[in-house]
Design a protein around this ligand. Structure first.
Ligand code: TNX
Length: 558
């Protein structure tokens, strides 16, 4: 069968150096559909499409986790069809699947067409999958539940955009999927977004909405910046004023808020169902005014400052003095141990950035105590690149690089220090990956306000967000030392989740694709193809009600 032959050729390219097959840039015959981030290999077949009908079943063989049920919910809500989820081992066999069925197979031993993990992404996770669609049905195969979930996100994008809307009218031509073969795997293991819930607080429902939109882009980490000068957002047993006084306000005095342990567990569970890992950040030893305002005994001299509603950074610090050592050590142990216990993921982020009010000696002392306490929880310690000032980091520490695509000397040195100590990096170059930088045309937000900052080399265009190569930022830091990529979204100027989405979309698509898709052959990214695919995502955001800015240069459809 023609479609199979194409698939085999494609997989051959996948197992070679991963440059060969056409990425998802081109549309199939007869309609604009694409997969974003661009898959490692995607080939449109010159064959009839798959059609989802009243009789469609999802037939599951193996442990596919949440993927079948989440897919069934999406399909049922849009189409009104029953879409039962059927276990292959009791109710039939995958071989007996009908042409309108979707067969999901998870087999830890699966080989081609499921590609092997990429070298940099192969540490502990296997997110590869293969997807075959056409008139004979849909077959999704993976070695893990995560791979199956990621494959369903590709399938979702191959259906008409109306599939995103509950109660949608069936499109002309029906609920079809073009005939295609996808053999896909991520380039990097860590494909992250960060949300600053400290400068402004966002209730659980808003975070869940953001998680939904991130899952579609195969983002698999949400880093929550839980504490800063303007707010402490997570309840800690034995320290009630952290979420009392410490959570009472935000930037601009826009009101406070915090997550109870139960709220946080809800976020973790919602993310986990979408194969997204939560990375909690407790920013230490600077960025601590909220904690310092709540507990005088954490302050040098034992005097608490008032809560803070401004923008400036770098004025607060935990005390390193012996007089406050008992309180500070108890605080660190209670906070880091409790947050670690609430967090199933492997990483615990301890901040470490911009501690301009901490002397160098105190910084090294405090970072030593903080990272040792964090490591004692059993988590892998993560922190901003400033942690590299310490030569005594716990084994495997992850540094988050937030300087520019063309690094300044000191951040470059600090990042190298982390790698030289056996750590790895997550790259968040601020001039391309910071979603809180303004758009060039400085559009009004959904609330009619001018939002965003400009400190990282001014506004950031979609093209700039898409124009960088992770291995070219820090000479000597190669792919193996890069755990992944993250797009932070700081919220000094953002008051609600609509404004968050408005800044994130579409630029986060560029970051998600750099993290997922193979390094382009010859090093040149296909900007036109990318912009075309972003336009197709825009149709989906229209259906889901996700806020985005229709930046220039993208052939938006709606
Ligand atoms: C820098 S980058 C910060 C944050 C600010 C952000 C605003 C980094 C580790 N810290 O404290 O919110 O700039 O863009």
């Amino acid at each position: 069968m023609h479609r199979r032959i194409v698939a085999i050729l494609c997989v051959a390219a996948v197992t070679l150096p991963l440059a060969g097959c056409a990425p998802g840039a081109e549309s199939p015959p007869g309609g604009a559909r694409a997969v974003t981030p661009a898959p490692a290999a995607l080939t449109w077949a010159d064959a009839g499409p798959y059609e989802l009908t009243e009789g469609t079943r999802i037939i599951v063989d193996g442990d596919a986790g949440t993927a079948p049920d989440l897919l069934a919910d999406l399909l049922r809500e849009a189409t009104g069809h029953p879409v039962p989820v059927v276990d292959a081992s009791t109710d039939g066999t995958v071989a007996a699947a009908d042409a309108d069925d979707i067969a999901i197979t998870v087999d830890p031993e699966a080989s081609a067409p499921v590609p092997e993990p990429a070298p940099a992404a192969g540490t502990g996770r296997d997110e590869a999958y293969a997807l075959e669609t056409g008139a004979d049905g849909v077959e999704l195969t993976a070695r893990s539940a995560a791979g199956a979930f990621l494959g369903t996100q590709s399938l979702r994008q191959l259906l008409p955009a109306a599939i995103e809307r509950p109660g949608a009218d069936a499109p002309d031509g029906g609920w079809t999927v073009p005939a295609a073969s996808v053999a896909d795997r991520p380039r990097f293991a860590y494909r992250g977004a960060m949300l600053d819930v400290a400068r402004h607080f966002f209730p659980v429902e808003g975070v869940e909405r953001y998680l939904d939109a991130l899952a579609l882009l195969k983002v698999n980490v949400l880093h929550l910046h839980l504490t800063d000068d303007q707010g402490w957002r997570i309840a800690i047993d034995g320290w009630p004023e952290l979420t009392g006084i410490g959570a009472s306000t935000s930037v601009g005095g826009d009101g406070g808020g915090s997550y109870s342990a139960e709220d946080y567990r809800r976020i973790v569970a919602y993310a986990a169902a979408r194969h997204i890992t939560i990375v909690p950040e407790i920013d230490l030893p600077g960025h601590t005014n909220a904690a310092l305002s709540a507990y005088p005994e954490l302050n040098p001299g034992g005097v608490a400052p008032p809560p803070y509603e401004g923008f400036e950074v770098g004025f607060s610090s935990l005390s390193a003095a012996p007089e406050e050592a008992e309180a500070t050590n108890r605080f660190l142990a209670d906070v880091l141990t409790q947050v670690a216990a609430l967090t199933p993921g492997p990483w615990l982020h301890v901040g470490g950035d911009e501690s301009h009010a901490t002397s160098e000696e105190d910084y090294l002392d405090l970072v030593g105590r903080i990272t040792a306490t964090a490591a004692a929880t059993g988590k892998t310690v993560m922190g901003w690149h400033e942690l590299g000032a310490s030569g005594d980091l716990p084994e495997g520490t992850i540094g988050q690089y937030w300087n520019f695509v063309e690094p300044e000397a000191e951040p470059e040195e600090l990042a190298h220090s982390i790698v030289d100590q056996g750590g790895r990096l997550v790259l968040s170059p601020a001039d391309v990956a910071y979603l809180d930088m303004k758009y060039v045309d400085d559009p009004p937000s959904p609330q009619g306000r001018r939002v965003g900052l400009e400190w990282a080399k001014g506004a950031t265009t979609l093209d700039e967000a898409y124009s960088w190569e992770p291995t070219e930022i820090l000479p000597g830091v190669d792919e193996a030392a890069i755990l992944g990529i993250e797009a932070p979204l700081w919220t000094e100027t953002l008051r609600d989740i609509d404004e968050v989405e408005f800044m994130a979309f579409p630029r986060i698509v560029a970051i998600a694709e750099i993290a997922w898709s193979p390094r382009p052959a010859g090093g040149e990214r296909d900007h036109d193809g990318f912009f075309d695919r972003v336009a197709l995502l825009g149709q989906r955001w229209d259906e889901t009600g996700t806020a985005y800015h229709p930046v220039g240069g993208v052939p938006w459809v709606g």
